[in-house]
Design a protein around this ligand. Structure first.
Ligand code: SF4
Length: 369
């Protein structure tokens, strides 16, 4: 079932590795921005009138940095303009340095039932070095407030000087805090971010070292009862993120806010990345879309294969046939022949063998040609 994404682009401080659309110096625009976000939903209400949405994901930026009344307001707008399923999953991303009891109570009143907390590492010196505004104590305070709730913790790999011992401590803090879900992902040094210089200088762990950290973290998570259901996502049984599963199943979603992307009616479209442009556009009654392309034919087939093979549930031949009317092994005969040894099958599902999932990009590149 389709999902809704809201982008809240404000942060207190820019992290050294961040290339998301987030503004550390524009918090004063939050009220005006949220009014535009509400208006953008209104502009889309008519065309999406009959769609039932199963998930809402409030991401950023740092959604928890703004007044929680705006999140409450956003959820009211969603309920007013769109149909939600009976038991929607509603997630909000939170930075542990911006949370208090009142905020969490307001989110819950608004309908939020899942929280995503950016721990990143349980080593304070590393948090400081990458420009995070929180420390481990803030994370523990935040998760004490979330006791008994369904929440996820983010864990980063590939930080400067990061050891297996650092990672063990981080996973123990995340698991010990009661997280039902852990996202463990590798830092990607993007050109233009401050951390890119460290990367160019060879100061960050290389690919093999990150792979070793990943394998170590994977084993530890498994030992603690977390099941891997996607290359970077692990959860206790039954706590998969429905919102993300929908992405990987090539399900439809609509994004609101600056830089938000959407996939609907077989088209992928993206909003402008400029805050001023976004607000001007919406206030003038226009959708702020800057890119809009149909994904069809070979591109759609490739997307289906690429997304499905990222997950542990793998690629269902029946679902592929239902979507495209053909056999995926036939459509990608050469690529399949070259990569067959990396796969396992179960019924009609094909998935990448456990030991190769981390290097899936090297396998999937064969399907792009
Ligand atoms: S908190 Fe997240 S969005 Fe904000 S600067 Fe840091 S990494 Fe980027």
């Amino acid at each position: 079932m389709p999902g809704i994404y809201l982008h809240i682009p404000f942060c207190k401080h820019k992290c050294t590795y961040c290339d998301f659309t987030s503004f550390p110096d524009k918090l004063a625009f939050a009220e005006a921005y949220m009014a535009c976000l509400y208006k953008e939903m209104q502009l889309r209400a008519e065309e999406l009138r009959d769609v039932v949405f199963d998930t809402v994901y409030i991401g950023g930026g740092t959604p928890s940095v703004i007044d929680p009344a705006y999140i409450y307001g956003a959820m009211k707008q969603i309920v007013k303009h769109f149909k939600l399923s009976k038991d929607p999953e509603v997630t909000i991303e939170m930075n542990p340095g911006t949370v208090n009891e009142k905020k969490i109570a307001t989110y819950k009143r608004a309908g939020v039932n899942r929280f995503s907390v950016g721990l990143q590492t349980a080593i304070d010196a590393q948090l400081e070095e990458i420009g995070r505004i929180h420390n481990v104590r803030d994370y523990l305070y935040c998760t004490t407030l979330l006791k008994g709730e369904n929440f996820s913790a983010d864990v980063m790999l590939g930080l400067r000087g990061q050891t297996k011992e650092d990672l063990r401590k981080t996973i123990e803090v995340a698991a010990g805090s009661g997280a039902t879900h852990i996202s463990m992902y590798a830092l990607t040094p993007e050109d233009g971010t401050p951390i890119y210089t460290q990367y160019l200088n060879g100061e960050l762990p290389d690919g093999d070292e990150v792979r070793e950290l990943y394998d170590y973290g994977y084993a530890l998570l498994k030992e603690k009862g977390y099941r891997r259901y996607e290359v970077s996502n692990f959860c206790k049984p039954g706590y998969e993120s429905r919102h993300n599963l929908n992405y990987w199943r090539r399900g439809e979603y609509i994004g609101f806010g600056v830089s938000a992307s959407s996939f609907f009616y077989g088209r992928r479209f993206t909003n402008t990345f400029g805050l001023d442009e976004y607000m001007k556009c919406v206030l003038s009654g226009f959708l702020p879309v800057v890119e809009n392309e149909a994904v069809e034919g070979e591109d759609a087939k490739f997307e289906f294969v690429m997304l499905a093979l990222r997950t542990s549930e793998g690629l269902s031949a029946a679902k592929y046939r239902q979507a495209f009317g053909s056999d995926w092994r036939e459509d990608f005969r050469e690529a399949y022949r070259r990569t067959e040894r990396y796969f396992e099958t179960e019924g009609d599902r094909t998935f990448i063998k456990d030991e190769y999932l981390y290097v899936q990009n090297k396998i999937l590149i064969e399907y792009a040609n």
